[in-house]
Design a protein around this ligand. Sequence first.
Ligand SMILES: Nc1ncnc2c1ncn2[C@@H]1O[C@H](COP(=O)(O)OP(=O)(O)OP(=O)(O)O)[C@@H](O)[C@H]1O
Length: 296
Amino acid sequence: MNIEIRGLSKIYPNGHAAIRNVDLDIGTGMFGLLGPNGAGKSSFMRTLVTLQSATSGSILIEGLDINEHRQKIRAMIGYLPQDFTFFSKLKTWEFLDYAARLATNLKKKDRLIKVDHLLDQVGLLDVRERMANKLSGGMKRRLGIAQALIGDPKLLVIDEPTTGLDPEERIRFRNILSDLSQKDVTIILSTHIVGDISSTCHNMAMLNKGEVAFKGSPEGMIDQVRGHVWQVTLGDEEFTEIKNKYSVVSTIPVEGQWEAQLIATDQPHPKAVNVNPNLEHAYVYFMENQLGVSLV
Ligand SMILES: Nc1ncnc2c1ncn2[C@@H]1O[C@H](COP(=O)(O)OP(=O)(O)OP(=O)(O)O)[C@@H](O)[C@H]1O
């Protein structure tokens, strides 16, 4: 899979520029689009899956311009929107069968085989008879993935899939996506949860206010913060001073003091030592130092 995006902008009729001049190349595997709420992730995804047109710029998928080959492109894509909802009167398998009727020309027997295969793949075979709207939040999200997979897409576009899920469901969901990406499905995943990207994606971009703030590998983003992540253990008074001055990423109480990790360009306190950065540190660093967003 090869997706080439050049100079992409989306300005809504009210004048709001949700995507600004985005250039991205997305290849096979799992690609993560990271960014805070309102960064333009959903606008980008909706444009990519041809649900809305761009104001300017181009998107080529497998060399095909999405404006000229809309039907062909749509047949290649499975999409799970952020606000995916169910028809309330259908059982879990019936819902998926309905989606299969819309998306495929399969005969009933083959459709039902496919439905059960997909339910099994996303761990919902046990609850196939349960009403779809009675599934838990995580199960609904997994049924959403099954529905997006029903037409055997080459590209799966998933908008904020793990928001609101408990940690167990989040891990389960990530594992399903990892399995899929091994099976020749390219996945583009948008999220504001750093852990979704660090545990699954080899390539990523960070969007902020509609612009690409970083593109590359998660390791590449982490490299940029190396030397700027510090750990220091302080009493109440000094800790309050530090907290008011720097972005504190984590705090653990240790024997009446505070062990804090924080982001700072230079050593923030004589006792502070550098620690190995992770993607969460890099995210905070980018938001603060590169983009001027104050998190203090
Ligand atoms: N149809 C629209 N008309 C006008 N403004 C819009 C429209 N859709 C989105 N926006 C605005 O564009 C910006 C980007 O929104 P978008 O939903 O793409 O961001 P996001 O990164 O997906 O954030 P979230 O996770 O909060 O949905 C926001 O300021 C939003 O209010």
